[in-house]
Design a protein around this ligand. Structure first.
Ligand SMILES: Cc1ncc(COP(=O)(O)O)c(C=O)c1O
Length: 413
């Protein structure tokens, strides 16, 4: 915890739209939507009102043996957004618990179908799917894994595609070879569609994902699309998968983070008819047994229903416009010899800093504080994942602030 001395936490008192205000009255633009959750900015009054209304009606009831309108409504609306391809919704409390559920469902469904040799999972190199034991097992970030190696499952790691390396064909070949050789051992492959966020914002095409879907189908391996970070409009469409193939969905899609607009913890696992049918039995031991105390909390579901209202009212068009503001503002970095890999997917923009020097991420973050911006580079990768509240003026402000941070941090190396 020695870092707390060099980088003391900011004591935040309030937040409005994209801005956070600290105890001393200084402001910071939250350029990373507070770990990618506050997609509609801070203190969104429509969501707050819905939360208060729901809290005055029913603040919680267990989903075991009970149900309630906010959860049913949310499940039906989400299923509709997949064109009913994923018509079954399992609620949980956070991203990692959604990952755990999806992994368990895939393993258990295959076992029920008699495919008991399928005991392993696969994930992409540099993937990030959370830090509980199951989720950490399908994460490929040594920093988070190293201390817990002995506890983790034996996951197969597959080379990941990365636009910067122009290597999608090689990545597909690696997947295809792996499936030929070991596909029979696998119950599921888990991926972050379009952008591997926690691993450093590496991006790939929808075409790559189309091929992944085909290959996993050919080999009877379930495909889990972890849209915990990239869902809820982040890549331009509500589900990133909409850009891939609206007629052929993964077997499960996960959402969390933005689903309540950063107001309350909630996650969902949307799954296919085949997975659901596997558990449909009077035999208790065949059922999918998994519960969290706060599963499907009505207040969280009420907040999520407001987020979906925004999408029904045309938020995707707004996101499209705002992502153009972002690319316009950051076009000034094009050709900047201090950086490489300037890239964007919807409301995610990133670049890599060359010769970043030691402790770059912390130094950049601290400099950001003095430029009125909250930023958290991943290693030498500077990225923006702002709330969907941008004007051209705000996007220009962000580009100015990032440019000043870059100048000052690199000149000090
Ligand atoms: C793609 C992805 N999956 C899972 C998680 C884990 O979510 P949580 O932190 O809510 O457990 C994250 C968190 O950043 C994520 O980015």
């Amino acid at each position: 915890m020695a870092r707390l001395q060099s980088c003391p936490p900011l004591a935040i008192r309030s937040g409005h739209d994209g801005w956070l205000f600290d105890e001393s009255g200084y402001r910071y633009f939250d350029s990373v939507s507070s770990w990618w959750v506050n997609i509609l900015g801070h203190t969104n009054h429509r969501i707050t009102e819905a939360i208060v209304r729901q809290a005055n009606e029913l603040s919680h009831v267990m989903l075991g043996g009970c149900t309630h309108e906010p959860a049913v409504k949310l499940a039906e609306r989400l299923a509709l957004k997949t064109g009913q391809h994923l018509g079954h919704v399992f609620f949980a409390s956070d991203g990692s618990s959604a990952v755990e559920i999806a992994l368990k469902q895939c393993f258990h469904a295959k076992a029920i179908q008699g495919q008991t040799a399928r005991k392993r999972f696969a994930c992409l190199r540099n993937s990030y799917h959370g830090e509980t034991i199951g989720a950490l097992s399908v994460t490929d970030v040594p920093l988070f894994q190293n201390s817990y190696r002995a506890l983790l499952n034996d996951t197969i790691i597959i080379d990941s595609p990365d636009n910067r390396a122009n290597n999608e064909n090689e990545a597909l070949k690696a997947l295809s070879d792996l499936l030929e050789k070991q596909g029979h051992e696998l119950c599921a492959l888990i991926i972050e569609p379009r952008v591997q966020c926690g691993g450093g914002m590496s991006m790939h095409s929808a075409q790559y994902l189309r091929q992944v879907r085909q290959l996993t189908r050919q080999h009877g391996v379930y495909l889990i699309a972890d849209e915990i970070a990239v869902g809820c409009g982040r890549t331009g469409t509500f589900f990133a998968w909409e850009q891939v193939n609206e007629a052929d969905w993964p077997d499960a899609v996960l959402l969390s983070k933005g689903i309540t607009g950063g107001n309350l913890p909630l996650s969902v696992v949307l799954s296919s008819e085949e997975i659901f049918e596997s558990f449909l039995s009077d035999d208790f031991t065949r059922g999918f047994l998994h519960s969290h105390s706060y599963t499907g909390n009505p207040i969280a579901c009420a907040a999520a229903n407001v987020v979906l209202d925004y999408f029904d009212e045309g938020l995707e068009d707004t996101i499209h416009q705002q992502s153009k503001f972002l690319s316009h503002a950051f076009s000034r970095f094009d050709g900047d010899s201090r950086i490489s890999g300037l890239r964007q997917c919807g409301m995610i923009l990133a670049f890599d800093v060359k010769d970043a020097g030691e402790n770059f991420a912390e130094r950049f973050h601290l400099q950001g504080r003095t430029e009125e911006i909250l930023t958290r580079p991943i290693g030498n990768t500077v990225y923006l994942m702002p709330p969907y509240v941008l004007s051209q003026e705000l996007a220009d402000f962000l580009a100015d602030a990032i440019a000043k941070c870059l100048d000052k941090v690199l000149n000090r190396c």
